[in-house]
Each structure stands twice: as C-alpha cells, then as structure tokens.
Write a protein that binds this ligand. Structure first.
Ligand SMILES: Nc1ncnc2c1ncn2[C@@H]1O[C@H](COP(=O)(O)OP(=O)(O)OP(=O)(O)O)[C@@H](O)[C@H]1O
Ligand SMILES: [Mg+2]
Length: 1044
C-alpha cells in the first residue's frame, strides 16, 4: 500500500494489526505490506526466513496468504485455534490458513457471492495440505444442516480416498497429487454446509505402468498389498510383496519409510465406508486394482515368425477373472488388433512392442476410468439432495482448487507438460486478477496510479494453447495428420511453427551452451516458474490415448459393474474420434478458469523451503526463485500502492446505507454523492479512501473493519425496525383476516337467526290461526278445521290430569274434563282408582290386613246400627286386652290345648239381682269362657251360641244368648265390656256367627232361665249408668258420644 502519510499510518496500522499478537507472533512482519523496504527482495526473503525459523509459516501480502511448508507437524491446527479465528477480522490476529478460510466464509455469507480459494505453488509446497486444512475448518466450524449431519465427514473422508487413488510418491513430494482437484462446497443461506462437488483434472495415468526412479505408483496399490488382510489378498490372488508386481517397482522404491501404507489402508477403508461405498462396490473396486497388477505381470513372448503370445497365462486369467471378462477374449484382444478397412473388419496380430503397449494402455485406461468413476461416486455421496437444493435457492459456493504443482523432473514428458501448462494458467489467472486488472481498474476509475511492472505469462499460455499456432494444436494436428507421424516429426513441426518464440527452444534452435544440456528429442519451454525440457517421446501416443477397439469391446462386456459403467458400448460403436488428451485438458482448464473467474478469489501461495523435504531447512536460492516466479514482489508493490478494498458505489451504498441518516432507508440522488455523504458521516479521512468513477477505494482494511463493526452494531436496530414493521404488518393482516372472518360468521349467524325467527313467527301465526278456527268450530265434528284445537284441548286436559291425579284412595277429587273427554275421563278415573286400590292392597301388611278384616266385619255388623261404632272406627282392635300373666295359670291349664285368642275384662251382671261382678272373658278358637279369677264360671261353645245382643246406643252392654238345651247353662250372660265393638266382632268372627249379632234399639231380652226372661232397657243419658230399673228390668243409661 502506498500510504499518504506513510510513517504515521504504518505505525497505526501495525498497532491495530498486532495488538492481539504474542511476542512470538511479532517476529518479522505478519503482512509484507508493512515492510519498510518493500522493494527489496532480500528483505522479503529475510522476513520469510525469520518467521519460518520460529515456525511462523504464514504471512500475508494484503489478503494473499503466503505459506511456507514446514515439513513437520505444527500445533496450530487444533479446534481451539479454529475457534480463535472464527468470526475475527482478518488482520486482528496472526496470519493463518484458518483466517483465510474464515474470511472467505464470512465474505460468502455477508456479500452473498460465490468464493473460491486458489492454492498454488510447486510440487511439494503444501497445496494439498492447505486445502485439507481449509476443508477441515469448514467441516468443524460451519453449522450443519439437519439433513446433512454426515456431510462434513464425507467431505473430509473424500480426501484420503482420492489421495490413495490419485496421489503418489514422487521425487519432490511423498504425497504428490497426480490429478487436479477443484471442489465446490455448497452452503445454504444460513451458512450450513449442504453439499459438495468435485471436478477432477487429467490424472497422470502413465504412472500406472511406469514410474521414474525413486518414485512410486499410486498409493492404493501399496496400501492394498500392505494393509489388506490375507483373505482379501487370496480372493484377489495377490501376494503381499509389492516387489512381485512389475508395475510397482519401476521406480525401485516400492517401500518408503516415511509412508505407512498399512495405516493408510485402514484410513482409506474406513473412508470408503463413510462415503457410502457398499461392500460390493469396494470389492469390485479392489478387483480392478488387483487386475491392474496382474495385467502388469502378464508377459509376452515372441515367436519365431514374429508372432506374439502370452507366457504368463495364470496372470492373464487372474486379470480376466478380476476384470470380469472372458479370458480368451482378453488374450485375443491383447495380442491382436481389429481394423476396419473399406467397411470390412480385419484382425491383425500385434508385434511384441505393440502387445506390451496394448496391455499398458488397457491398464492405464482401466485405472483412469475407475478413478473417474470414483470421483463420480463421491460426488453422488456429496450431492446436494434434490429436495434440499430446490428449497435453498440462496445457496452459495466456496470453491477450493488444489491442483498438481509446477514440477521439473529429470525427464519431463507429456504429463509434466500438462501439469506445468495448468500452473501457467493459474498464474495467469492470478496475474489477471491481482496485478493487471487491479492496475487497469485504477486507471479506468481515474485514480492516480503509477504502473507496477510485472511479468505477464500470457505469452507462454498463448504459446501452448493458441488455436492453430499453439503447441497443443500442433500436437493434435500431428496426431490426426495422415501419413507417417512420430514424436520427432512433431518436434520438427514445433520448430517450424513456434521456433521463433522467445519462450521456446529446441536442440536445433539453441545456442551451444544450451545444446549441451538438451537432447535432440527435447524442446524447452521458458515457463514463468523456470525452464523445463520436455522429451517428445510418447507425446503422440499419450495425446492419442488410444485403446484398441477389440480391448474396448472386451471391457464393455465386463461383469464388473464399475467397468461396464466406465466402458460404454456406444463408445465402440461410435466411429467418431474422441478429443485428444491435451485438447481435452485445455478445454477443461478453460472451463475451470471460467468457474474461478465467476467467483471472488482468495489466494494461498505455497512455498517450498527446500527440496529435501526436511523441516527447519530454508534454502534461500530455492525460495527466492519461487518468490520471483510467483510474482510475490509485484504483488506486494501493487498492494502497497493500492487499496485494500473496492466496491461499486451501489453495492457499497446498499450495504452501509443504514449507517447514515441521509442514505437510510434510500438514497435517491447520484450514487457518488450518496457514497460521499455516507463516508463523510462515517468520518473517513481523505487519505483513507478515494472515489473513482463507479467505485469507492478504501486504502486500509481497518477502515473497512470499523465500518463493518459499525454495521454489525447497527444490525440489531435494523433488525428491530424490520421486526417491528413485519410484526405490525403481520398482526394487521391477521387482524383484518380475523375481522373479515368474524363479519362473515356474524352475517351468516344473524341471517340464520333471522330466518329461524321468521319461520317461528310464521309457524306461530299459522298455529294461532288454526287454534282460533278450531275454537270457532269446536262443536263441529272432528275435522281439519278443528282437529288441532280439539287435540290441543285433549292434550291439555290429559297433561293437566297427569299433574293433578288424586294421590290416595280417599281423595275423590278429579279434574273437570272437557265435554268431549267425559267418557274417557270416567274410565280413567275408574282405572286410576283401581290402580290405587291395587297398589294400596299390595302395600297392606298381614297384621294390618287382619285389622282391616276385623274392621270390615265390625262395619258389616255395626255400621249405622250402634251409636258407639263410629267412635270405634278410628281405634285399633288389639290382639288381646289381657296379658298372659293377667290370666290365671290354673284357668290356662284347664283350657289345655285350647289357646286363648282374645281376653278382655268384663263385668257380669247377675241375671236376677243384676249385681255386677268383675270377670274375664276369654275367647279360644272354639269356645268362650267367663273366668272369675282362677275359676271358669261359665263356658260357651261357639256352635251352641244362639246369638249376641247389643244395644244401638253407646253403651258396653252385651248379652250372650246361651243354648236352651244345655242344662248346665245357667242362662244368658249379661256382660258389660268397655270394648264392646271389638269383643263382639272378634267373637262373631271366631264363632263365624256375624249374622247372630242383634242390635236392639230400646231393649234386649235375655233368658234368665229356661223359662224366665229378663229385659234390659236402654235410655240415653249423660253418662253410663247400669242399675236396676222398674219392673225388675236392668236399666242402662247410655251416654251420647260424638263420632270423633
Ligand atoms: N502445513 C503443513 N504442516 C505440516 N506438513 C506439511 C504442511 N504442508 C505440507 N506439509 C508436508 O509437505 C508434504 C507435501 O505437501 P503437499 O502434498 O500438500 O504438497 P502439494 O503442494 O500438494 O504437492 P503436489 O503438487 O505434488 O501435490 C506433505 O505430505 C506434508 O508432509
Ligand atoms: Mg498436492
């Protein structure tokens, strides 16, 4: 950055940036921008070295992270470290890969723009490690979507799988990526990871069949042999020793002490499970891996007549079995070639070299395509589920590019050409976005600017990729050209076409000094990162990447689903020539560039401190070279002079307008004026920013951070306002909805009520009308006119009757019936009475019944006959008037078995003198006796009883008429008893002689003896008196007693 008042500002910035740092963090400067002598490469490297020595491997150039490979494990990648970097401003804390990750993540969230992190550097500089750290940071710190709890695991576990199949030990790196990888991590609007997608670029397939000295094949082969259990190896017909396999020993270093294949195998195996590979898929995959090893051991012999044959039949049949193809068909296809000439198919035998290369081509194709399948499969596992995808249109993406680094080997071939071309393109992108476009932007925006010179590698990119004139076009042309073509003719063509290019040299074109270090089969490219000699041997073949048609046919029929998926039948049928490998690669790189350009990039520039993979060793020459070709110095210069941040006016205004009352909620004037008003309100100093034509440029990150902080602080207020409006709106809408609903319900209800009322009134009117009419015609016959009225009258009477029925038999009341119900009423009254009587009778107890019967008999005898009868009705008849103990025991003994049923005290009057004598009258079931204390004075059998006489008055006189014929009898017994009604009733009932009771009004005649008759006269008086009267009659004065 070029500061206006540099010293003051630098001090301030440094203060802010380093406030949170520990003493160790402060070694050197953590951002090269703060270097005093920013034009000095030596100072730059010294800063790197000082920090490297303290294990401070990360340093910024503005927002670009420079990372130096420590070649040792550092304690800076823990969860706590991740937390330290989470949500913290980029410059407030020591540089770290996590800071870049967090910054990118936050930029994606706040600015809603797709981001990408480009990691570049030469082979072994630490790109893959950096990309893994970034992925780990996202997987650990980002929230997880409910549906995606395992996604983080899968994202992380995709690494060991892809590394096993796509990485290998090279001279430069024990875990060198032999394919390019671009990974998209998808996030939903809440910032939760939602899915992932991997694009893979050109795998170095030639490694399957050949490795340079000191290098290995892909890790998976060694891992399988070292880690796979015995059973597995048996099923694959493999031996544990990698030296048994020709494809694994080309580099003469099958075993490397720094690599633990056994452990890595376990990791890979687990990762395959986590990603979701089924056991069957894993088995198929390993079959293919094993088949490649068997193919490598399939050897050919040459017959006398030049024919080729297979000498290792077992290896071939193992390979065929594992590939799931027919052994003989495979054998045939490996030793013969199918040609189509003039529409006719011909089979021609292959010579020894051709057969070997057919075998190798098959191994490469099988491995290469399986690798693509693997990526496809991982993508399926990471794929954004369809339904989630549709529900989250606001998904954003962070892309992560980890590609094979620039490499210079002793023998560089087609693969190195592609790899270095790829790095050339990435450098170009970097230049494009950080150096050129930035400077151009200052100019177009009218910002005063002093151009920084830099090396633009576009010239090299053009040399390689230009249409018709570029190396790739020439290579393709040479492959397609009819006639004799070979790698040398390609080289010659290159010399002819691009011979004059400043970045291209061949042995022929070189000066003497260079010639000495170049072979005739080589061409040299002066890459941005250094000179590389490429040997043209194999270029055409590799670019053709051809697999014999009959081999393809055999593979199409494979029973191994992975292979049948990889080798499609259409490919055999389709006669069209597939795109050449280099062109394919070029096109895929073009697409990659488009993808990257569409995103906001962040950069990680990896530097390799030494070639020996040693910790703590800082090879200054090597580092200087990298600093130079990576263009870091130029990058620094542009950063120093430039502005840390720029934004289009509308975007800036849109984001920060809430911070200024003038621009909030909307600015209607010119955008530039709005931005001016905003920055003035925020108190930006003139040296802190510049307004361009369409953008604002902010010089220091801290200015932006302060603004961001202000926005963060303001957000709750904005949220509150939004909340208030939204809640108000929602409540209003809700209220309106409820009100409307209420009105609808109300009107419905009121309508219904009114209709009901009207109906009721109508019906009432009709009723009244009918009633009146019925009343008028009530005397007519029952007809339509009066039926209602009459029914009503009946019904009313019956209802009234129901409530007013007499409740006892004695109640003789009865509602007066209407005329037309008189008869029915009488019936009902009778029925009701009967019913009451029945009920009454059912309720009567046996004693009560007995009482009743006696009362009935008494009624029959005395009712309306004797004056004292009414008085007796209300008084109960007792069972006896003498207790047992009042009766003499002797008398009882005399009676013997006859039980006294009733006893009562009486007064017996002598028949002649009428002298009163107290006596007991005892009734048994068959006779009565008069007892004088202990003596039975007189006995009267009921059968012989002639009659019983009483007066009609209220006296107690009773005469028992004795039989004449019985000589023992002294005459009739004249008795007085206080309970005469009761006594006579019981006696009459016991003797069954109710008809024998005479009630005499004036006198009673009684037999004094058989011949003589006595008379008792009865007169009314005030009180009872029994005395001897005139003419020898007994005169009884009977009192008057009222019935009550
Ligand atoms: N941050 C780091 N901490 C510890 N070791 C590291 C770190 N970065 C890299 N290394 C070491 O360096 C080795 C090479 O790193 P890496 O595989 O990332 O290189 P690369 O740039 O991807 O190379 P290539 O282009 O060949 O794939 C790693 O295997 C590891 O041993
Ligand atoms: Mg790598």
């Amino acid at each position: 950055m070029r500061y206006q008042s540099r010293e003051v500002d630098e001090g301030r910035v440094r203060l802010v940036m380093e406030s949170a740092l520990t003493a160790r963090d402060r070694v050197g400067v953590q951002d090269f921008v703060l270097l005093e002598n920013y034009n000095s490469e030596a100072t730059f490297i010294e800063n790197l070295r000082r920090r490297f020595r303290e294990n401070l491997i990360y340093t910024y150039i503005g927002s670009v992270l420079v990372s130096v490979n420590p070649y040792k494990e550092l304690e800076i990648y823990s969860k706590q470290q991740m937390e330290r970097y989470r949500g913290v401003s980029f410059y407030e804390i020591s540089p770290h890969i996590y800071a870049i990750s967090d910054n990118t993540y936050r930029a994606m969230r706040t600015e809603r723009r797709d981001q990408c992190i480009l990691i570049s550097g030469e082979s072994g500089a630490g790109k893959t490690e950096a990309s893994k750290k970034i992925l780990l940071y996202f997987a650990v710190t980002c929230p997880t979507n409910n549906h995606m709890v395992t996604l983080g695991d899968r994202l992380l576990q995709s690494n060991p799988v892809l590394e096993a199949f796509g990485n290998a030990k090279t001279l430069r790196n024990d875990n060198s990526s032999r394919f390019g990888k671009y990974m998209d991590i998808q996030f939903d609007f809440k910032g939760a990871t939602m899915g992932g997608h991997i694009l893979n670029y050109l795998l170095e397939k030639s490694r399957v069949v050949h490795q340079n000295h000191g290098e290995r094949n892909f890790h998976i082969f060694y891992q399988l042999l070292d880690g796979g259990d015995d059973d597995l190896l048996n099923t694959l017909n493999l031996e544990r020793n990698p030296h048994s396999y020709r494809y694994l020993v080309k580099g003469s270093c099958a075993r490397v002490s720094s690599i633990s294949d056994k452990n890595n195998w376990r990791v890979v195996r687990k990762a395959l499970d986590v990603i979701g590979f089924t056991a069957e898929e894993v088995q198929k995959l390993l079959n293919i891996i094993a088949s490649v090893l068997h193919l490598g051991n399939t050897l050919f012999g040459e017959g006398e007549e030049g024919e080729t044959y297979i000498i290792t039949e077992t290896q071939l049949s193992n390979a065929a079995k594992l590939l799931g193809v027919d052994g003989s068909a495979l054998k045939e296809a490996l030793t013969h070639k199918k040609l189509t000439a003039k529409g006719e198919e011909m089979i021609s035998p292959l010579n020894f070299e051709q057969a070997v290369s057919a075998r190798d081509a098959l191994a490469k194709a099988v491995y290469g395509r399986t690798f693509n399948w693997l990526v496809e499969k991982i993508n399926q596992s990471l794929a954004l589920k369809e339904e989630i995808y549709h529900s989250s249109k606001d998904a954003s993406v962070i892309g992560l590019l980890d590609i094979y680094g620039f490499e210079v080997l002793q023998h560089n071939s087609f693969e190195q050409f592609c790899i270095n071309y790829c790095n050339e393109k990435l450098q170009q992108l970097f230049i494009e976005l950080t150096l050129r476009s930035e400077q151009e932007e200052y100019e177009t925006e009218g910002i005063a600017w002093e151009t920084v010179q830099y090396f633009d590698n576009k010239i090299i990119c053009d040399l390689i990729e230009e249409k018709h004139k570029g190396i790739i076009s020439i290579l393709d042309e040479e492959c397609l050209r009819p006639g004799e073509t070979c790698d040398i003719s390609f080289l010659e063509k290159l010399e002819d076409t691009v011979g004059g290019h400043p970045h291209f040299i061949t042995h022929k074109l070189a000066n003497g000094k260079t010639r000495r270090v170049m072979s005739r089969e080589e061409f040299r490219l002066l890459h941005y990162a250094g000179e590389v000699n490429y040997n043209v041997n194999g270029f055409l073949d590799k670019n053709n990447d051809l697999l014999n048609r009959n081999l393809k046919e055999v593979m199409c029929q494979s029973e191994n689903q992975i292979l049948s998926h990889c080798f499609r039948r259409e490919e055999v049928i389709d006669q069209k020539r597939p795109e050449m490998a280099a062109s394919q690669f070029k096109n895929s790189l073009m697409k990659l560039m488009e993808i990257l350009m569409s995103k906001e990039p962040s950069y990680v520039r990896c530097i390799k401190p030494n070639d020996a993979k040693q910790p703590g060793r800082f090879d200054e020459v090597l580092v200087r070279h990298q600093v130079k070709y990576l263009g870091l110095m130029e990058n620094l210069r542009v950063r120093r002079a430039g502005f840390a941040y720029r934004r289009r006016f509308e975007a800036f205004l849109q984001r920060y307008k809430p911070l200024c009352p003038e621009t909030w909620p909307n600015w209607n004037g010119k955008l530039a004026d709005g931005v001016s008003a905003l920055v003035n309100h925020l108190g930006y100093k003139p040296e802190e920013y510049k307004l361009g034509r369409s953008k604002i440029f902010i010089r220091f990150p801290k200015t932006l951070f302060a603004t961001e902080d202000a926005l963060e602080a303001k957000k709750p207020e904005i949220a509150l306002t939004l909340q208030k409006s939204w809640r108000g709106y929602r409540e209003r809408a809700n209220y309106q909805r409820i009100r409307h609903a209420v009105i609808v319900i109300q009107s419905g209800w009121r309508g219904m009520k009114a209709r009901r009322r009207a109906k009721r009134r109508r019906e009432a009117a009709q009723l009244i009308r009918r009633f009146i009419k019925g009343f008028i015609c009530r005397h007519e016959e029952y007809c339509d006119d009066n039926d209602y009225f009459l029914d009503h009258v009946r019904c009313s009477f019956l209802k009234h009757l129901r409530k007013n029925l007499p409740r006892s038999v004695l109640d003789k009341s009865w509602p007066t019936p209407p005329a037309l119900l008189i008869e029915a009423s009488e019936h009902l009254q009778m029925l009701h009475m009967r019913n009451m009587v029945i009920k009454y009778c059912r309720r009567v107890q046996p004693e009560w019944k007995k009482q009743m019967m006696q009362k009935v008999v008494a009624s029959e005898i005395f009712k309306d006959q004797k004056g004292s009868y009414p008085h007796s009705v209300g008084r109960l008849f007792l069972d006896t008037r003498l207790e047992r103990e009042q009766i003499s025991l002797k008398v009882l003994q005399t009676l013997g078995s006859e039980k006294v049923q009733y006893g009562v005290a009486v007064i017996k009057y002598d028949r002649r003198g009428f002298k009163p004598r107290p006596r007991q009258l005892l009734l048994t079931n068959s006779f009565a006796v008069l007892v004088d204390r202990t003596k039975i004075k007189q006995r009267l059998d009921y059968a012989a009883l002639r009659g019983v006489s009483v007066s009609s008055l209220c006296d107690g006189m009773v005469v028992l008429h004795m039989p004449w014929e019985d000589n023992k009898q002294k005459g009739d017994a004249v008795l007085h008893c206080s309970h005469v009604i009761e006594l006579v009733t019981k006696l009459a009932m016991m003797a069954s002689k109710t008809n024998y009771v005479n009630i005499n009004p004036g006198c009673i005649r009684f037999g004094v003896s058989r011949t003589k008759e006595g008379i008792i006269d009865f007169v009314r008086g005030s009180e009872l008196k029994v005395a001897k009267g005139k003419r020898g009659h007994l005169l009884v004065t009977a009192p008057q007693i009222s019935a009550t």
